[in-house]
Design a protein around this ligand. Structure first.
Ligand code: HEC
Length: 158
C-alpha cells in the first residue's frame, strides 16, 4: 500500500468513526426520549382506573354527594358506592346500572357475563362489596301493590 491510498483509507475511517458516533447518539436520544424530560418538571402521574380500584373508598367522591346521591353518576351514595363508581363506570354510563334492577345473584351473573365477554377485570375482594351494594340499592322494585285477593266465594249483587 502506498502512502496515497493509506491516507485515503485513514480519511475514510475518520468519516466512518464520526458517522458511527452520530448514529449512536441518535439511537440514545431516541431511546431516552430526547432531552425534554431533563428540562421539564415531572408531571404528576394520573392514577389509572385499575390503580384507583385499589383505593377502597367513597371518600374520593363525597364532594359530589348531595342528599345521598352521587350527583355526576346519579347513584346512591351509601356503603361501598365508591368501589362501584371506580369499577363499574369505566366502560359505560351509570344509567345502564340504575335502570337494571336485580337481586344479588343476578348482579353477580351480570358481572360474570361482562368478565367473560366484555373484558371486565377480576374484581377480587371488591366483587362481594359491589354485589352487596347493588343487591341492596338496585334490587328489583317492589311495586307496593297489595297481593291480589283470593276470592273463596263469589256472590251476586242484587
Ligand atoms: C370493561 C368494561 C366494563 C366494565 C368495567 C363494566 N362493564 Fe358493564 N357492560 C360492559 C359492556 C360492553 C356492556 C354491554 C353494553 C351494551 O349492551 O351496550 C355492559 C353491560 C352492562 C349491563 C347491562 C346488562 C344487560 O343485560 O343489558 C349492566 C347492568 C352492567 N353492565 C353493569 C356493570 C357493573 C355493575 C359493573 C361494575 C362491576 C360494570 N358493568 C362494569 C362493559 C363493562
Amino acid at each position: 500500500m502506498n502512502s496515497g491510498s493509506f491516507k485515503k483509507l485513514e480519511h475514510a475511517l475518520t468519516w466512518l468513526k464520526w458517522w458511527m458516533t452520530g448514529l449512536v447518539a441518535l439511537v440514545l436520544v431516541g431511546a431516552f426520549g430526547g432531552v425534554d424530560h431533563l428540562l421539564e418538571p415531572k408531571k404528576e402521574s394520573v392514577p389509572k382506573v385499575r390503580d384507583m380500584a385499589k383505593t377502597n373508598s367513597g371518600d374520593l367522591f363525597v364532594a359530589d354527594v348531595e342528599n345521598g346521591i352521587h350527583i355526576p353518576s346519579g347513584m346512591i351514595a351509601e356503603g361501598d358506592f365508591g368501589v362501584v363508581l371506580q369499577n363499574c363506570l369505566a366502560c359505560h354510563s351509570s344509567k345502564l346500572i340504575i335502570q337494571n334492577r336485580m337481586n344479588a345473584e343476578s348482579w353477580r351473573k351480570t358481572i360474570r357475563w361482562m368478565q367473560e365477554t366484555q373484558n371486565l377485570w377480576d374484581l377480587g375482594e371488591n366483587e362481594d362489596k359491589i354485589v352487596a351494594y347493588l343487591g341492596k340499592h338496585y334490587a328489583p322494585i317492589k311495586t307496593g301493590r297489595r297481593k291480589p285477593l283470593v276470592v273463596e266465594e263469589w256472590y251476586t249483587i242484587e
